[in-house]
Structures are given as C-alpha cells and as structure tokens.
Design a protein around this ligand. Structure first.
Ligand code: CO
Ligand code: CO
Length: 321
C-alpha cells in the first residue's frame, strides 16, 4: 500500500494513509461504515476449526476499531482436484457459525480455483464516527493491555511439522477461535485511547505501529507479556520460527531495544506472527484496572497489563524486566 498515493474523500475518516486495521467511511453524522478483508491459509487440520479461525481473524479488524460487524462475504479459493467438497463445506460451516456468533450473517461470497486452499471474509461493520478507536491515538501515561497470549505462530509451525499433542492443538484452537468482541465492547465502554489487533506483524510489529502512529514510546515488561509456555518450550528446543516472524524481527530490530535479561527465545515470541491474536489496547492509567477487571469478569480471562506509553523514545519500544 505504501507504493500507492493515500486515498482521500470528504467522508473517508480512516483510510490508507495510516496503518489502521480497517477503513472507516462516514454515512451520516452518527453512522459510519467500517470495512476490512483478510484471507488465510490452513493452520490446523480440522476444516471446521480452520473456518472458525478465519472468520474470527477477519472479524477482528472491525473489533480493533471499536466497531460492530454487520454483514460479511466469504472469499474462498481451492482446487477441486485437491480438496473434497465435504471439506470445503466444513470450512464454510465453521466460518458461518463463527460469524453467527458475532451476529454478522455471511450474505454471499465468491469462490475461485486456487492451487492453495484459502478462506477469509470481507466484513462490513458500523461505528459511531465519534467513537472510532484508531491505532495512532495512544497517549503518554496510558497503560497497555493485551487480551490473548502469544505463541500461535510457533505452535502452528510445530503443528505443521506434526509435533503438537491433541491438548496443545485444542489449546491454540481455543485461543484463535475466540472473538475479540467482548474485549472490543469493553474497551469502548472504558474509553480506550487506541487499539489494534495482534496478527501477522507480531506483538512488537503492531506495538510499533501504535508507537509510530501516535508519536509516543512504549515500554513493555517482558515478564508480564502472556504467551503459551508450550510455545516457549518448543521454540527453545527446536525453533519453529515462521518466515513471517523472521521478517518481523529483521524489520523491527532498529525500533526495539531489549534489556539483557530478555533472552533470545523470549524475543522471538514477542516477534512471533499471530493469527486471530488479541487486542492491544492503550487506555488511561486510571481506567486500566477497571477495564482489566471487566475483561476478566466477562470471559477475557487472559488479558493483562503488559506495559505503558511514554513521552520519550517516540516511535520506539523498550522491552525490559
Ligand atoms: Co488488524
Ligand atoms: Co488485517
């Protein structure tokens, strides 16, 4: 997108000029559309779960803006020679059930022949134009809350190598199918200043977008950042670092300084590319405790404060212990 000129229109409230999660277009003074699309390739063996994860992942960008998803379109690519129609039907059933859970009917879609199986949703949501939560409006003094644990990239890479146990597969599936809906509703209610969802660029990549966009620094407490212990154990033993994570590390290293106590395996988890990750929320320090209590009370049990927003060090991140 950087190669294209930014799109502008009088009603375009959030466009391609910032690295935000979705576009926002004003229809009237109190109603705007939120638009996003995301497509993924298989991460787990169960076609139904893959469909659910794809839908939760696509819906997440609407939630990251503080919007409500309204309708969605399926985008599906598969090769009829390689994939049975029953499998395709299961994928769509998973996506449909997850979209239903979000109160967002899938009203149509498009299928193309594709050598590599993939599915995603184009989602349309709505939002009050006065309540858009961007990723470029964090304020110094804010606390940062992360709502899901990291390590999905390492775990799905290990899964592809046939190295995960059944309980481990259930654990990562449970994390990835969880909608960010409750987290989104609560962050809006508690007046969050900024947010994004943690996906392909990893925690540090998406945190960097908040820092750069907002002109602030971030300080993260490595000891507080949640991740699956299984992911740490596996990466210490055998790596399982995805190509996306390697790229994240290369791109981000100049913006991140780690203290010596943060070991190289922890660093990789913080760079780890996620699918359907949690929300990273920047909220006033006075509201952070109340938001966290509400998150825990309404089922977002793994949410934790992982750091804070600083005046100094604008655009950059310090990770210490
Ligand atoms: Co996003
Ligand atoms: Co996205």
């Amino acid at each position: 997108m950087k190669m294209l000129p930014p799109v502008s229109h009088p009603n375009l409230l959030v466009g391609t000029g910032t690295a935000d999660d979705a576009g926002v277009y004003r229809l009237s003074d109190n109603l705007a559309l939120v638009n996003t699309v995301d497509v993924i390739t298989p991460l787990v063996d169960s076609p139904y779960d893959f469909g659910q994860i794809a839908a939760a992942n696509s819906l997440s960008d609407i939630y990251a803006m503080g919007g409500q998803p309204v309708t969605a379109l399926n985008i599906l690519g598969f090769s009829p020679q390689k994939v049975d129609l029953e499998i395709v039907a299961e994928i769509i059933r998973g996506a449909t059930d997850k979209a239903d859970e979000a109160g967002c009917p899938i009203v149509g879609g498009h299928t193309i022949k594709d050598e590599e199986l993939k599915i995603g949703l184009a989602v349309t949501g709505t939002i009050d134009p006065g309540k858009i939560i961007r990723n470029s409006t964090a304020r110094a003094g804010d606390k940062l809350i992360l709502t899901k644990p990291l390590g999905m990239g390492i775990m799905t890479t290990a899964l592809k190598a046939g190295k995960l146990t059944e309980p481990e597969i259930e654990r990562i599936t449970g994390v990835m199918v969880q909608l960010n809906r409750v987290a989104s509703e609560l962050m809006v209610r508690f007046g969050a200043h900024a947010a994004t969802d943690v996906t392909g660029f990893g925690l540090l990549g998406h945190a960097h977008e908040i820092a750069r966009g907002s002109g602030v620094g971030l300080r993260l407490d490595a000891g507080a950042i949640p991740y699956l212990p299984e992911a740490m154990a596996r990466t210490r033993k055998s790596g399982f670092i995805s190509g996306g994570t390697v790229k994240n590390k290369e791109f981000l290293e100049e913006f991140v300084s780690f203290s010596a106590e943060v070991d190289k395996h922890e660093r990789m988890i913080f760079f780890d590319a996620q699918t359907s990750g949690g929300l990273l929320i920047s909220v006033a320090a006075e509201a952070a405790g109340k938001l966290l209590t509400a998150l825990h009370g309404e089922g977002v049990e793994e949410a934790v404060v992982i750091g804070e927003v600083t005046v100094e060090n604008a655009g950059n991140i310090i990770v210490d212990k």
